[in-house]
Design a protein around this ligand. Structure first.
Ligand code: ARG
Length: 568
C-alpha cells in the first residue's frame, strides 16, 4: 500500500532523473496548492538554466492525470499540484477499509525504548512524567507502523544510596517502613535516611558496610533491598495505571540487572586499548568531548574505589540491548540535561564496535516542566511535586469542569479520561525539546489545542451517529463543497503526519495534525449539514466523512496514549 505522497514521488522521480544532473524531488504542503514540488530551482542553478524552464521540462514529462487535476508553475520555479477529487476519494476508501487507516508499515525493525526510569525510594517527578508520556506515545507509533518494540524501564535500583536506605529501613522496623512506602511516601523515607547519613557517623559507617555486603551478595541485604525495590515498583505501577500507559512489571529492567555484565565492559574496553587510567579510575576519552577549559573529558567506567557507576551500567545496557535483544535502534527518552552523558556513552560504544552502522542509539531529549513563575515546577514549599497527587488533582479539576458543563455521562470515568488527556496532550503538543509551563486552566480548556478539545470533537461526531434515524447509513463519498474537499485533503495526510512524527520522534507533529483535523471538521460541519443534508446521497457521503474523521481522531489520540470517549 502506498500513500499519495509516495505515489506522487514515484512519478516525479523519473521526470527529475531525465535531466542531465540528478536530483530528488521534494514535496511540501503549501497554502496555494495541495503540494508544492521543490527542486527545480536548485537544478536550474546547477544547469545554468532558467528554473521555470526546468520546471516546465519536468512538467512536460510528468504523467499525473490519474492523481492530479491541476499543475501550475509558480514563482521562480515551484510546481504546484492539486490532487484530483477522484484520487482523494480513492485514498479515503483505502483509509476506510484498512485497519491502519492507509498508513503503510515502515521497514521491519526491533526498537528498544528506554523510558520512564524513575528511581527506587525516590518520588517520581515531572521529568519522569514527560519521559513516560513521550516514550509511551513513541512505542505506540512504532508498533502501529510495524516495528517490534521492546520497552525498557531503566529504573534506578542500584548504587551507594542503598546502604543508607536499607539501614534506615531497619531503624524504622521493616513493617513500619513498608507501611510508609506502600502509601507512596518515598520522599520522606529518602530524606530521613539522607539526613541521618549526613548527621550521624555511626549510621554512615553502617551504611557503608551495608553497601559492601549488598554488593558482595549478602542474602539478608539482598532481601531488604528487594523489599525497597518491590514497594517502589508497586508505587510506580499505580502511577502508570492512573496514566494509562503501556508499562508492565516485566518492562522494569533496572540498573541492577546489568551488574553481572559490568566486569566484561571494562575488560573488553581494555582489550580494545580504550581504557586510560586516570587518578585510579578506568576511563575512556571519546574524541570531541571537552570541558570548559578545553581539556578532554573522560567517561568514567570504573571509579577509583573499584565501584561501577551510571556510565558503566549504560554501556552494559547498550551491549545487552544489541546482542541479547537484537535491537536495530535504541531510543533514550531522557531529559536534555543528560545529553552529554548519553552522547559520551554512545561514542564509547561506537569506539568499541558495540554500536555501528547497523544499530544506532538516539537520545530523544526533552525540556523541563516549569511552574507559572517559569522556574522548575515545584510545590509551593519548593519540594518535588508528587506525581500521584498531581494526577489526582487533575481528575478533580476535570470533574469540576464537567459539572460546570452539565455533563452527566459517567462523570467519574470521563473525568479521569479528560484529565489524563489534558495532561498528556499539554506535554506532547509542545515540541519535546522545549520547556513548557504547567497550567491547569489552559490544558483543561475546551477551546484551543488541548486534549479536551480533541476528545470533545470526537464525541460530537459520535453523537451525530446516535441521532441518525434508523437505516440512515454512510455511503460513497463525493467532494462537492470546498469544506468537504478540505476535510478530505486533511484526512489523507495522516500517513505524512505519522511519518513526520517518527522522523523527528516528536509527537507534537501528530498533535498539530489532529488539532487541525478537528478544526477542519468543525468548518465542514458548520457549512455542510449532515443529517439534514439536501438529499440521501449527500447525507451518506457526509456520514462517511464523519465516520473517517471520528476514526482518525480516535486512532490518532490512541497513538498519543489518550482515550477518546464516545460521549462527554
Ligand atoms: N533514572 C534516571 C533519572 O531518573 C533516568 C535513566 C535514563 N535511562 C538511562 N539509560 N540512563 O534521571
Amino acid at each position: 500500500m502506498s500513500t499519495l505522497v509516495a505515489r506522487l514521488l514515484n512519478r516525479l522521480q523519473p521526470a527529475f532523473d531525465a535531466l542531465e544532473v540528478g536530483a530528488d524531488p521534494v514535496l511540501r504542503t503549501s497554502d496555494r496548492a495541495d503540494f508544492q514540488v521543490n527542486g527545480a530551482m536548485a537544478l536550474g542553478k546547477r544547469l545554468g538554466r532558467n528554473p521555470r524552464d526546468v520546471a516546465q521540462e519536468i512538467v512536460d514529462r510528468l504523467e499525473l492525470s490519474d492523481l492530479v487535476s491541476d499543475v501550475e508553475i509558480a514563482g521562480p520555479g515551484f510546481i504546484n499540484l492539486m490532487l484530483s477529487n477522484e484520487a482523494l476519494v480513492a485514498q479515503l476508501e483505502i483509509m476506510g477499509s484498512d485497519q491502519s487507516l492507509g498508513v503503510p508499515a515502515g521497514p521491519a525493525a526491533t526498537v528498544v525504548v528506554d523510558y520512564s526510569a524513575p528511581n527506587v525510594a525516590k518520588e517520581m517527578h515531572v521529568g519522569h512524567l514527560r519521559s513516560t508520556v513521550i516514550g509511551d506515545s513513541l512505542c505506540r507509533l512504532l508498533e502501529f507502523t510495524g516495528s517490534t518494540v521492546i520497552r525498557r524501564n531503566h529504573v534506578g535500583d542500584w548504587g551507594t544510596p542503598f546502604g543508607m536506605l536499607i539501614e534506615h529501613l531497619l531503624d524504622l522496623g521493616e513493617e513500619n517502613a513498608v507501611e510508609g512506602l506502600s502509601m507512596g511516601d518515598l520522599n520522606t523515607f529518602y530524606t530521613e535516611a539522607r539526613a541521618k547519613f549526613d548527621a550521624d557517623d555511626s549510621f554512615k559507617e553502617r551504611s557503608r558496610n551495608r553497601v559492601v555486603a549488598l554488593q558482595g551478595g549478602d542474602e539478608e541485604s539482598l532481601r531488604l533491598w528487594r523489599v525497597l525495590v518491590g514497594e517502589s515498583v508497586r508505587y510506580f505501577d499505580a502511577v502508570y495505571r492512573d496514566l494509562g500507559v503501556l508499562l508492565e512489571d516485566y518492562d522494569v529492567v533496572g540498573e541492577s540487572h546489568y551488574n553481572p555484565l559490568l566486569d566484561a565492559v571494562v575488560r573488553d574496553l581494555d582489550a580494545e586499548g580504550l581504557i586510560v587510567e586516570s587518578g585510579g579510575a578506568a576511563c575512556v576519552f571519546p574524541p570531541g568531548f571537552t570541558n570548559r577549559e578545553g581539556e578532554p573529558l573522560p567517561l568514567i567506567v570504573r571509579k577509583s574505589d573499584e565501584g561501577y557507576g551510571y556510565a558503566a551500567t549504560d554501556l552494559a545496557a547498550i551491549r545487552d540491548r544489541v546482542d541479547t535483544l537484537g535491537a536495530d535502534r535504541i531510543l533514550y527518552v531522557v531529559g536534555a540535561p543528560q545529553a552529554q552523558h548519553l552522547e559520551m556513552c554512545f561514542a564509547v560504544a561506537a569506539m568499541a564496535g558495540w554500536l555501528g552502522e547497523e544499530t544506532e542509539a538516539i537520545h530523544v531529549a526533552f525540556g523541563s516542566v516549569l511552574g507559572s513563575d517559569r522556574k522548575m515546577f515545584k510545590t509551593r514549599e519548593g519540594g518535588t511535586v508528587k506525581l500521584k497527587n498531581l494526577l489526582d488533582e487533575g481528575v478533580e479539576r476535570a470533574r469540576q469542569a464537567l459539572i460546570e458543563r452539565d455533563a452527566d455521562e459517567d462523570l467519574e470515568i470521563i473525568a479521569r479520561q479528560l484529565a489524563m488527556g489534558a495532561i498528556k496532550f499539554a506535554d506532547l503538543s509542545t515540541d519535546r525539546q522545549r520547556d513548557y509551563v504547567f497550567d491547569w486552566d489552559r490544558m483543561l480548556a475546551f477551546e484551543g489545542a488541548t486534549g479536551p478539545y480533541l476528545q470533545y470533537a470526537h464525541a460530537r461526531i459520535c453523537s451525530i451517529f446516535r441521532r441518525a434515524d434508523e437505516g440512515v447509513e454512510a455511503g460513497p463519498i463525493a467532494l462537492d463543497e470546498p469544506a468537504e474537499r478540505a476535510l478530505a485533503r486533511h484526512l489523507v495526510a495522516l500517513p505524512d503526519a505519522i511519518d513526520a512524527t517518527l522522523e523527528s520522534y516528536s509527537p507534537s507533529k501528530l498533535c498539530s495534525y489532529l488539532f487541525e483535523l478537528a478544526q477542519s471538521f468543525t468548518t465542514f460541519y458548520e457549512h455542510c449539514p449532515v443529517l439534514r443534508a439536501p438529499d440521501d446521497a449527500t447525507r451518506a457521503s457526509r456520514l462517511s466523512l464523519c465516520e473517517l474523521s471520528a476514526t482518525t481522531l480516535r486512532v490518532g489520540l490512541d497513538l498519543l496514549g489518550i482515550e477518546a470517549p464516545e460521549r462527554m
